[in-house]
Design a protein around this ligand. Structure first.
Ligand SMILES: [Zn+2]
Ligand SMILES: [Zn+2]
Length: 344
């Protein structure tokens, strides 16, 4: 009997020893992944766009600058010890976005190529399509809402949500989320496309906005900027360009929205690093960044027309007809409608 009791006791001890315990050590793989920073290189290609992203081992290129920028982009990527690009995106078929990509595809193996169109009548686009084809890659137009894993970051397609005749509006618009930070890449999407994405209900909020169309006033409408609500903006623009980009309207809109602005014509290559919680910037030129004024939180209403304006708008009514309105939502709640010039 004594021996049986001892045997049961032993069995019990053995059994409790085998009960799986809750793991107390974090899986090493998870720890490594959480530490993966996201680096975004806004390459200074003058009056054009080219952006390189890396998160852990994953790499991505959005646009390749003009044809003449091809060597610069390729050597920039080689300096970064890039051997393969997992995803290459051509936002739209204009030369200042697709021009450098044939050279890139001639050197680097790509995993996938996204583009809003499969045909476009220009020699640089045809070269781009040919080099993609040489790698047996189809030009894929991603549907809005498509997601793509870039290491621990996630890429989401926000646009285009419609078909457009205007090539700029066909721009593929992407949001990249990395922990608490998000980054918006807009190509040259103009106000029509911006408004359509908002109407579609896309979440466009972002920590860092790549300003649409090199800072042209045909993009970055007030409503768009209000929804994106960025802390930082990057403008890819060439010094002394013939379009007068970036336009003063856009710069003042960014100032009023309390956004710190980096520009490739002033700061050169702009590198933004996200650790998932904060973002930091390094640049290869020392020009001071454009710091914002106080964020404008008040508007001026017209008690007769029931319209409301930014204080800087030319449409602000005479003093006797002015009503101060402390906040956009409040103005709307009081039955005022936004001015179609300053708050379009
Ligand atoms: Zn364009
Ligand atoms: Zn452009």
């Amino acid at each position: 009997m004594k021996r049986i009791c001892l045997f049961i006791l032993l069995l019990c001890l053995l059994f409790t020893g085998c009960v799986p315990q809750a793991p107390t050590v974090q899986e090493p793989e998870e720890a490594v992944q959480a530490a993966d920073a996201l680096q975004i290189h806004y390459i200074d290609v003058g009056q054009a766009d080219s952006i390189f992203l890396r998160c852990g081992e994953s790499t991505m290129l959005i646009d390749g600058g003009n044809v003449e920028d091809s060597d610069l982009v390729v050597s920039y990527l080689l300096e970064q010890e890039v051997t393969k690009l997992d995803l290459v995106v051509n936002t739209h078929a204009h030369e200042d976005h697709v021009g450098g990509l044939p050279g890139v595809l001639a050197v680097f193996e790509a995993g996938a190529v996204w583009c809003p169109v499969t045909e476009y009548s220009s020699s640089c686009f045809e070269d781009f399509a040919r080099y993609a084809d040489q790698q047996y890659l189809a030009l894929v137009r991603p549907e809005p809402g498509t997601t793509y894993e870039l290491g621990t970051a996630e890429v989401t397609v926000l646009g285009p949500v419609k078909d457009y005749d205007e090539t700029n509006d066909t721009s593929i618009v992407l949001r990249v989320d990395h922990g608490a930070n998000s980054f918006l890449f807009t190509g040259d999407a103009e106000t029509a496309a911006e408004k359509d994405m908002l109407d579609y209900g896309m979440d466009v909020s972002a920590t860092v906005l790549k300003v649409g169309h090199h800072g042209s006033d045909t993009s970055t409408c007030y409503q768009w900027l209000r929804e994106v609500s960025p802390q930082y903006a990057v403008i890819q623009v060439g010094e002394g360009n013939t379009y007068d980009h970036p336009h003063e309207t856009v710069l003042s809109r960014l100032r009023d929205a309390g956004v710190t602005v980096y520009r490739t014509d002033l700061q050169g290559h702009i590198i933004c690093t996200s650790d998932g919680e904060t973002v930091s910037f390094t640049t290869n030129k020392n020009a001071p960044v454009t710091n914002p004024t106080e964020k404008v939180e008040y508007f001026i209403g017209n008690k007769n027309s029931k319209k409301f304006h930014l204080p800087s708008c030319s449409g602000v009514p005479k003093l006797e007809n002015q009503v101060p309105l402390m906040g956009y939502d409040l103005a709307v709640a009081f039955g005022y409608t936004p001015c179609s010039i300053c708050l379009k």
